[in-house]
Design a protein around this ligand. Sequence first.
Ligand code: ASP
Ligand code: MG
Length: 409
Amino acid sequence: MALIVQKYGGTSVGDVDRIRNVAERVIRYRQQGHDMVVVLSAMSGETNRLIALAKAVNPEPDLRELDMLLNTGEQTTIALLAMMLKSKGCDALSFTGAQVQILTDNAHGKARILNITGERIRSEMAQGRVIVVAGFQGVDAQGNLTTLGRGGSDTTAVALAAALGADECQIYTDVDGVYTTDPRVVPEARRLDRITFEEMLEMASLGSKVLQIRSVEFAGKYNVPLRVLSSFEEGEGTLITYEEDGVEEPLISGIAFNRDEAKVTVSGVPDQPGIASQILGPVSAANIEVDMIVQNIGEDGTTDLTFTVHRNDHDKVMGIVNAVAKTINAKDVKGDRKIVKISLVGVGMRSHAGIASKMFRVLAEEGINIRMISTSEIKISVVVDEKYLELGVRALHTAFELDEGVNIN
Ligand code: ASP
Ligand code: MG
């Protein structure tokens, strides 16, 4: 017997039949004697619908009131599931985030969880009840309703699992686990039985959208075993956990990619102290996140600086950097919005040399020019032209033996 937190995403509760499926699974677990806490998203499309409504009132709606509105999405599904459970003879109670005191800061739209006491949940659970909690929402110290950012129900589930000391946090979604890469790009992509928190963080931050990044950080920090599974088919899903001693990790666990990149090159920059900060300072002051940064070795007293940003920020950054370029006497500023980033991720590369050179060779054999490179302990990323994304990812997937059917032992 265990305490299990299950989270169901929007498609899993998209209509009454699906809510019935959820109820039936919860009841099966309950009948096995497990204590159950169920966290729900709003029905798929509902949060978008509410945001559109708010924007029809004001293109930039008041954030407190927007959170008030968005809180209704999850309130609908929890009530429906609790009704469904009760009508099937399973004792259950639904709660909003505020009702179970999911205390957050007051950053409306992207609030962070500060504390969960879990008292009410524990005492109701002790009475044999299934607890159904609205995901994605909380309450600040003044009693204002907040939301945790898009996809935030994952974080609610993990935070509750941590606060309650759950044995496992199961995230039910419309895919049956975490894949080596996006199966829409590589049909041979394989479901991973397990992946480490670190790898999952890299995969998530690199644009693999299975889990909200914050939920993975949280799970890693509090060591909550996290499992991603399909709510439509039975299966083991993917377990996200710590590296285990004695378990040989695969060299490469997955290939992530990001299509939302753009790069900016400032050339002919005087090669002197403070230049990088003069160029990048105003960019970060404008709240624009810079990803990769590469500076060349100076020649004739000048150098080039290239960096990448989100594609949506490209035009704004060009404006900022063009202005700076004048004041520092840089020769030229060029932007390129048709680039993508491809990354190999794997904790196994810590202890193995030659991964990078193999990656570069594979890309070269496909005639793909690498524009930028960056590495970390468990990741190698390259920037290439957008048109090579599919070709590059497929070639790497095959070369690193990630394709379905390949024996990795
Ligand atoms: N309903 C929210 C969203 O669509 C939260 C979630 O589904 O996790 O972003
Ligand atoms: Mg989601």
